[in-house]
Design a protein around this ligand. Structure first.
Ligand SMILES: *Cc1c(COP(=O)(O)O)cnc(C)c1O
Length: 378
């Protein structure tokens, strides 16, 4: 019996383990110095002015939505093909997610569909699978809206030569540090921004809205004094998680390069197979993050199911990313339907995510390719 090959897997080195152990021996295991150290290293990597670390990618999206001033009555454009959190962050703030269909050329939201949904407070373009979304296009399609990029698949990706999450991109960019993503802290997330105002809001929001340093002098009542300035959450990340994050970050370049090598190998070995579509490539001057390698089985939904089940039976941990969010029972209960989302529906009937992670080797790629070829013609 050959080993199970997951679609994604973290890499944890002895160095990572030592960094976490050292952090656990330090006096402060949360709210200590390692959080700011990690934020500095992360901000430097993507070239951002600010990085605010929080407890998950979902917390990052919620924190960004609060900074953007999203509230009751606001409309927020989101593509249907993404993890639920991309849309949930609007619901958390009492706002209305408005779905805008994807393009089958990118699997990202089509700016024309953002323009079609009307006035927006914000848009949450998702850089799906690691292919940078067209932020300029979305900005032009939603004049005045705050652009929150869901970059959870895209740490290390480049848009027009610039890192996702840095200047020239969205107003706020959210990352996840879940073990399936590019680097991990177990659970964790980061928001990057160029805005001092957004960064200040987010640092308050992640810690109950409580400010110990900047109380008004006239309200000072003694050494215990602090102020809750806004309704925040406890979205803090710990020091030992950030120690892991800083250690992981040292490998990000090599890992993104490796993901691109695996993708190139898949492309070469899967080229020209009838009934199989390969995922969109990054345009010239951009770099794909390849969190996912999504192929599409074109023949029928029955064939896709057979290929999916066959790969799983062969010990290959494929997945479908994603069930369109409007199909989720919670969203259906809010009145959402599949009407008008032809591209998302077609994508959902065809997609399969193949294994891709830095620890894979050519033998693993060959194994996936051989099974896929067999099942497509079986
Ligand atoms: C992983 C992911 C999230 C949520 O991140 P968590 O850290 O699991 O909360 C949000 N959006 C997308 C696109 C993701 O892939």
């Amino acid at each position: 019996m050959t080993d199970f090959l997951p679609y994604g897997r973290q890499e944890i080195s002895e160095q990572d383990i030592e960094a976490v152990v050292a952090a656990l021996r330090a006096p402060m295991i949360t709210q200590g110095p390692r959080v700011a150290e990690f934020e500095k290293a992360f901000a430097d990597y993507v070239g951002a002015k600010h990085a605010v670390a929080v407890s998950s990618g979902t917390a990052a999206l919620h924190t960004a939505a609060s900074a953007a001033g999203i509230g009751p009555g606001d409309r927020v454009a989101v593509p249907p093909i993404t993890f639920a959190s991309s849309a949930n962050c609007a619901l958390f703030q009492g706002a209305e997610p408005v779905f805008a269909d994807i393009s089958l050329d990118t699997f990202n939201v089509d700016p024309a569909n953002v323009a079609a949904v009307g006035p927006l407070k914000a848009a949450v373009p998702v850089s799906m699978a690691g292919l940078p979304a067209d932020i300029d296009g979305v900005r032009a399609a939603a004049p005045g809206a705050v652009i929150i990029e869901d970059g959870c698949h895209s740490l290390g990706a480049h848009r027009n030569g610039k890192p996702v999450g840095g200047p020239g991109g969205a107003d706020l960019t959210c990352f996840s540090l879940h073990p399936l993503k590019h680097i991990t802290t177990g659970e964790g997330g980061v928001v990057t921004t160029e805005s001092d105002e957004f960064a200040e809001h987010m640092r308050l929001f992640r810690t109950h809205g409580i400010d110990k340093q900047n109380a008004e002098p006239e309200s000072w009542e003694g050494g215990w004094y602090m102020e809750m300035k806004l309704l925040g959450f406890n979205y803090r990340i710990t020091d030992f998680q950030c120690a892991l994050g800083s250690s992981q970050l040292k490998n990000i370049e090599a890992w993104v390069v490796r993901r691109n090598e695996i993708a190139a190998e898949y492309r070469e070995k899967l080229a020209g197979i009838e009934g199989l579509a390969l995922p969109p490539e990054a345009p010239n001057g951009s770099r794909h993050g390849y969190h996912l390698f999504v192929v599409r089985v074109l023949e029928s939904v029955e064939r896709r199911l057979a290929v999916f089940e066959g790969l799983r039976e062969a010990g290959i941990g494929v997945q479908v990313h994603y069930i369109p969010i409007y199909r989720m029972p919670h969203y259906r209960s809010l009145g959402y339907t599949a009407d008008g989302f032809d591209n998302s529906e077609l994508y959902y009937r065809q997609a399969i995510s193949l294994p891709i992670f830095p620890g894979m080797n050519s033998g693993d790629v060959d194994r996936v390719v051989a099974e896929l070829k067999r099942l497509l013609t079986a």
